[in-house]
Design a protein around this ligand. Sequence first.
Ligand code: SF4
Ligand code: SF4
Length: 405
Amino acid sequence: MNINNHPCFNPKACKDFGRVHLPVAPACNIQCNFCNRKFDCVNESRPGVSSSILSPDQAMAYLAEVVAAKGNISVVGIAGPGDPFANPVQTMETLRKVRQAYPDMLLCVASNGLNIGPYLDELAEICVSHVSITVNAVDPVIGEKIYSWVRDNKKTMGPELGARLLLRRQMSAIRGLVERGIMVKVNTIVLPGINETHVADIAREMSLLGVDLFNCMPYFPNEGANLSHLSEPSAKLMKKLRKAAREFIPQMTHCKRCRADAVGLLDDPLNTHLMDRLKHHANAPLPFPGKEKTFSASPGGGMAASSKPTGDPPKKSPRTYVAVATREGVLVNQHLGEARTLNIYDISHDAPMMVEKRRMPKPGTRDFRWFGTAEVLKDCHTLLVSGIGQNPKEILTQEGLTVLE
Ligand code: SF4
Ligand code: SF4
């Protein structure tokens, strides 16, 4: 493993070495006002976009194809499309499996830093060598304008408390990474009128923490995001900000604002064949409960998968009920956004038994409504609806529900 072969951290490596992002992390634990995550937009090239989501096993099967098709992959990264540590189980399982199957592969993660702290020791143990943390402000008063909510351990905070907590966690995560000898890059999204006069302050603070590389990324206007009215910073402004930041810390200037499912050299165009293969693997069946897949590197650098019984019976879920959005109590015919109540059923008997009609949180409280819904349904494993928005679906899935439309 040669840590200099990372095309993002070393511009000299970017002509010869490629990276692949495994999109195993759909949920996010914060809401940046500039971000609107879409899963299926092949025309967009920016973080937060992925054409599919993979389970860790699906990701391993996809990775084997990528490694065989591209002879130059030196880095496997996890960069969303949400935050890797809002999905720590999938992220850590994927990283462990990649390390086991590809001992020489560089491992990389990109995170907002809120929840990476508990995983630092294990990241170091499995030799994750490169981590990027996105820090958009070191002054929480500026941070308040950038984040609309932050969710920590099932508690959701608004911008004021959220920006403070996020900043504390980011500082401590960066310290922890540096202490463990992991290379750290800090990304800062330049938001005109919000943080552009603050970029040099961020660079100074990051250099004091021992960060290796600083990446000023121009904001990319995203339709539907709270800050969609902002325009992209000019090339002249970016040049000026990078020059000021360079006083404190080396700059990355070859960033391509990669998608969460990017693959190949940084300059490669979108690879439609591999994108189709990604979709194919995303639709592949998951292993049966009670069996786990193991992967081992084959002599050609690829991977062989086998299923073996774990011996342990499947664990019984503490969630026992199914919630149904229904107008008249017979058909699944209501969109979650319209439902004021949900019918709760116990399906552990021969015939489903109605337990109760449960009142839902009031509309109009944005994402708090969906976190409230997750709380109300904490004893349900499945939610049946005739329709549901992308955002509530992500939040409820992140909170442990299977949502079926
Ligand atoms: S684009 Fe970001 S996450 Fe992906 S390999 Fe480069 S630094 Fe890591
Ligand atoms: S942390 Fe990343 S995925 Fe989450 S809201 Fe911010 S930009 Fe989007």
